[in-house]
Design a protein around this ligand. Structure first.
Ligand code: ADP
Ligand code: MG
Length: 589
């Protein structure tokens, strides 16, 4: 039976998946083996119980030997107690191993997630990430261990029971085994169907996760646009599809169990017919026959659960496939083996003939040349969608240039280690991500070693010290998830304080004041001016008034540099900058 079943879970698949999971199992292999070994007697003891029926029948019922009837009940209870202890220990050990493996897989996956490129996060939605990184690990490791345990225990139970069958009557055993062999074909069909449906289920479950996530993050937008109905519709569609898939799964796989039942009953019927003949002709005793029938009936439970396990093992194999798809992914942006550490910026940041495309074939930056001497400020202005943010994202290597090079002091940033490059750059955006926790914790993200004095200096430079002093809990005030308890201007200044304490020589400001009202903009602008002092700065500004004093203003239109120079020069040229300027000036009036 075991052999037949093993053929079923095609050998390759089993071996392949165990081999892939081996690095995760290896540290715990001793316990894993103990756990597996413990399941063997648990299964095999099933056979012992059936075995007892033969002497009971022959010696007690037929020969009327009383001393035998006294022992048997004790033996049965004794064996069951032993079996119970074994079940408990094997569950304990196997859960331990499964949880340890899950933990290791999750840690590896999380490390991978953190190493992925910005473009990976652009392309995948949060639901997919949640689903694949969080729940697949459970399905894979728990499913694998749990089902292997069950599978082995039930297989050994089946083997022991088949042993009992053979011992009592090989003729009847052959009939039974032949009938049970009929299970194999339907199992193959079920496997194929399952794989198909499970893949679809995973995709649409991820969609559901994304909706939950967006409902959470986009709560205010949903309220203000009264999107409740739209989202409800979307959610209903997704759940309808999941319902359809579940039903399809039941329809196309659940006939397996009743079918096995029917086949089993055919087996029992045949055995009873043939068995009566064998008893009458004196080839077997009635004890043989009773033990045989009991074993055959008992065989049904392990066989059925082997069938179910078989389905769940498929499920965890599929999860393993998906996990390894993630683990095998390599971030596109990686440190060169010869990458150097960037310790300071002495001369300049330069963009040389830089071209860039997010999507192959659709270039968004064309031949950008830019020289920003150390300690100066370059302001990028221009129409929205022109490529300003993209230019600034190339410097910390959130994306890599498609052609050309970004250089610091003459060396290509691709030859510098990413960590050391990013340590030299502080960024402030229009919408900064603050982590839940206290003000202190958020500032320390800029520099974990900073002491109290530098925190207060940073706060002062970010024009936030008065505000924090006025709070009852001061630095230890909780700011809520994403800093929800702070106003826009306060959030912005906290982000600036975080950038301050990082004390990086290069600063990138991307429309850092655009989301603010005039009053908070003035305070934040003051904080930004402090941050820009004596640093090499790329500042992207929506309002031209804030960048008039920049050492160099660069007008970016449709991915190209249209103009470049100082405020007065550009105004005199009466070109793109002058046009932008007049337009904003008019708006003001
Ligand atoms: N993650 C992205 N994936 C694909 N295209 C993008 C992505 N981010 C921006 N773009 C496209 O690149 C172009 C430049 O965008 P961006 O640099 O944000 O402009 P700006 O900051 O000047 O408003 C736009 O056409 C935009 O649609
Ligand atoms: Mg932008």
């Amino acid at each position: 039976m075991k052999k037949l079943l093993k053929k079923q879970i095609s050998k390759n698949l089993l071996v392949k998946n165990f081999r892939r999971m081996w690095p995760f199992i290896k540290p715990f292999w001793v316990r894993a083996v103990i756990g597996v070994l413990l399941t063997i007697p648990v299964g095999a003891l099933d056979g012992v119980v059936a075995m007892f029926l033969k002497p009971f029948m022959d010696k007690v019922m037929v020969d009327k030997q009383p001393h035998f009837s006294a022992i048997i009940p004790f033996l049965i209870v004794g064996f069951t107690i032993v079996q119970g202890i074994l079940i408990y220990s094997s569950n304990y050990v196997n859960t331990w191993v499964a949880q340890k493996i899950t933990q290791t897989v999750k840690r590896r996956l999380y490390k991978k997630l953190l190493s992925m490129d910005t473009s990976y996060f652009d392309k995948n939605n949060s639901g997919t990430i949640l689903f694949r990184f969080a729940s697949d690990a459970d399905t894979a490791a728990n499913g694998l261990i749990d089902n292997t345990k069950q599978f082995l225990s039930k297989s050994f139970s089946s083997i022991a029971l088949v042993g009992v069958l053979l011992y009592n009557s090989w003729q009847l055993a052959l009939i039974a085994i032949a009938v049970l062999g009929l299970f194999i074909y339907p199992m193959t069909i079920v496997r194929k169907k399952m794989k198909e449906i499970l893949n679809k289920t995973v995709t649409s479950s991820s969609l559901l996760m994304t909706i939950y996530n967006e409902t959470f993050a986009g709560n205010k937008t949903i309220r203000s646009f009264t999107l409740e109905e739209t989202l409800t519709r979307k959610f209903h569609e997704a759940t309808d599809y999941l319902f359809y898939l579940s039903m399809k799964m039941v329809k196309s796989t659940n006939w397996l169990s009743p079918l096995m039942h029917i086949i089993m009953s055919i087996g029992v019927a045949l055995v009873i017919g043939a068995g009566s003949y064998l008893i009458v002709s004196g080839k077997i005793t009635s004890g043989n026959f009773v033990a045989f029938i009991a074993a055959l009936m008992m065989l049904y439970t392990p066989l059925k659960s082997v069938g179910n396990n078989y389905i769940s093992i498929q499920n965890s194999f599929l999860a393993i496939d998906r996990i390894f798809e993630l683990l095998d992914m390599e971030p596109v942006i990686q440190d060169a083996p010869t990458a150097k550490e960037l310790r300071e910026v002495k001369k300049a940041v330069t963009f040389e003939h830089v071209h860039f495309e997010y999507v192959p074939g659709r270039e968004v930056l064309h031949d950008i040349n830019l020289n920003i001497p150390v300690g100066t400020t370059a302001a990028l202005v221009g129409n929205s969608g022109g490529g300003k943010t993209t230019i600034s994202a190339l410097l910390p290597r959130l994306y890599d240039v498609t052609k050309g090079a970004v250089k610091i002091d003459g060396s290509d940033i691709k030859d510098i280690s990413q960590a050391s490059l990013r340590r030299q750059i502080a960024m402030v955006f229009q919408d900064n991500f603050l982590f839940s926790g206290t003000i202190r914790e958020n500032i320390l993200l800029g520099n974990e070693q900073a002491d109290e004095t530098s925190i207060w200096t940073a706060l002062k430079n970010a024009c936030l010290d008065e505000f924090v002093k006025g709070l009852p809990n001061g630095l230890d005030t909780e700011i809520g998830e994403r800093g929800i308890l702070l106003s826009g201007g306060q959030k912005q200044r906290l982000a600036i304080a975080r950038a301050f304490i990082k004390n990086a020589p290069i600063v990138i400001l991307d429309e850092a004041t655009s989301a603010l009202d005039n009053k908070s903009e003035r305070v934040v602008q003051e904080a930004l001016d402090n941050l820009m002092k004596n640093r090499t700065v790329i500042v992207i500004a929506h309002r031209l008034s804030t960048v008039q004093n920049a050492d160099k203003i660069v007008v970016i239109n449709d991915g190209r540099i249209a103009e470049e120079g100082k405020h007065e020069e550009l105004l005199k040229q009466n070109g793109a900058y002058a046009a932008l300027y007049t337009m904003q000036f008019k708006d003001k009036k």
